[in-house]
Design a protein around this ligand. Sequence first.
Ligand code: SAJ
Length: 534
Amino acid sequence: KKIGVIGMGYVGIPAAVLFADAPEFDYVYGFQRDSITSGYKIDMLNSGESPLKGEEPGLDELIKKVTGNAESGGDGESSGKSAGRRKFECTSDFSRLSECDAITLAIQTPFKSREDLIPDFTPLIKGLRNAGRYLTPGTLVVLESTITPGTTEGMAREILEEESGLVAGEDFCLAHAPERVMVGRLLRNIREHDRIVGGIKSYDADGRVLDGIDSPNTKRAMELYGPVLTKGKLIPMSATAAEVTKTAENTFRDLQIAAANQLALYCEAMGINFYDVRRGVDSLKGEGITRAMLLPGAGVGGHCLTKDTYHLERGVKIVNEGLKLKFSVGTPDASVSTEPFETPDASVYTEPFETPEPFEPLDPLDFPEGKESLYVLARQINDFMPHHMFTLTKSALRRAGKVLEGPENEIKIALLGWAFLANSDDARDTPAEVYYKLCKDAGAEVSIHDPHVLSYPGLDEGDNISHDLDEVIAGADVIAVLAGHKEYFSMKPEEISGTAGVKCPAIVDGRNVIDPDMWIDSGFIYKGIGRGDK
Ligand code: SAJ
């Protein structure tokens, strides 16, 4: 049994090496286009190295093992190759897809920009065309990317059938098994998270629909993912339900964060401490009372929560339109059918034949004029938070007698935490970038500290980016914390205002990393998300 994984990124690589490590499978190809930007991954992986940045427990060893590069165990010396034979190979030769019994696609589905809310499926379409071109009968194709509901039964099926000339659900199997990994725990997440598996619909000999767990497409996908699960269970359902599950779980998380952010803004406006309220609300324990709140903060970044709401919103329309197309009935157009339309046998009907009303499923999105869905509003609240950080920065400076308007005021801002996630080097769609631009547009000089992030594309070269916290804070008029890196929890006000010689100490805490009283007692002007009490 050979497996092919298309897309050697932070989803495809751990998935491929876990398939390779499973005795149920004989060999795994990792397919990677030999492009300028990512061709380097092919040689790295084949020599047993991981091309992924950041710590991934167990991944380096597993890549070495399945590529036959593991040092022999026990004695610790790196003596010769281990007995392990190679079971994984990275290649740019997509024709080898024709050798595979199962093909998974782990290809990113980014949105072109924060502004236009349409996903860019180009990379995924390329992958689907490659898979279709070399698809052989009996193969299972699984999409792991986060996709708009309706894609597996729709666009993916169409492309695969068009390229291969085969029929999905009959000549080959097709399913969606969304990835649910977080950077930093890729292997653990794949092994331990429950795995949603959704095969497309099929039909039995009598033309009855086989969907969800009854679909052979779902069954085949369960056989593929079962062997790599240690703690996780398989959760079968329809392909569309699987797409909705993935986008909904992130949409709900975004919504919960927005609920916390909205309440934090209220607490600021009412002069109370959000965290008192949170502790109070969560004190209501007992069956059915779930832990109510996530954390407010400087914003929501990353490729997941900032996108999946829009995948879900679009999906409702796409799937709904599909249903309308499928069910829309009307009087057959006599010009179309070769036979004259059969007048129903009068003896059967007491009433003359009524043209059936075309099926009009309720349009779930016909909100009152100008209303947005709850989820889209949640997105707008979360996207507002870096703007609110800027408002808090201006008000902290005003209390220090300074004005953040125009370069002549020579305001220097120390921005701590560029990553979108605490203790991560991932800065995709980081809210820090929105805050940074607002500060620059207001004429401030910004110095940036992040202990993990290595590259800062698109920033003004004049800005000071450093891993030296004191250097970044030196001379700053205000410190703004935008990511909750663990380094920031141990900052001491006396160290900061002393050695760093901060001109006029003000701090705006976007991730609740410091104790306000300690800093206020040291003479700092303090502002914090949700801290209306300070
Ligand atoms: N955030 C808050 N408050 C919170 C939690 C998070 O402001 O209480 C912010 C974070 O600062 C970050 C953003 O939200 O900017 C996203 O944080 P995250 O913890 O959701 O990190 P992601 O986006 O990398 O991971 C999510 C996870 N989804 C769920 O927990 C439902 C992860 O399990 C998914 O695998 C991942 O999306 C994905 O790939 O879809």
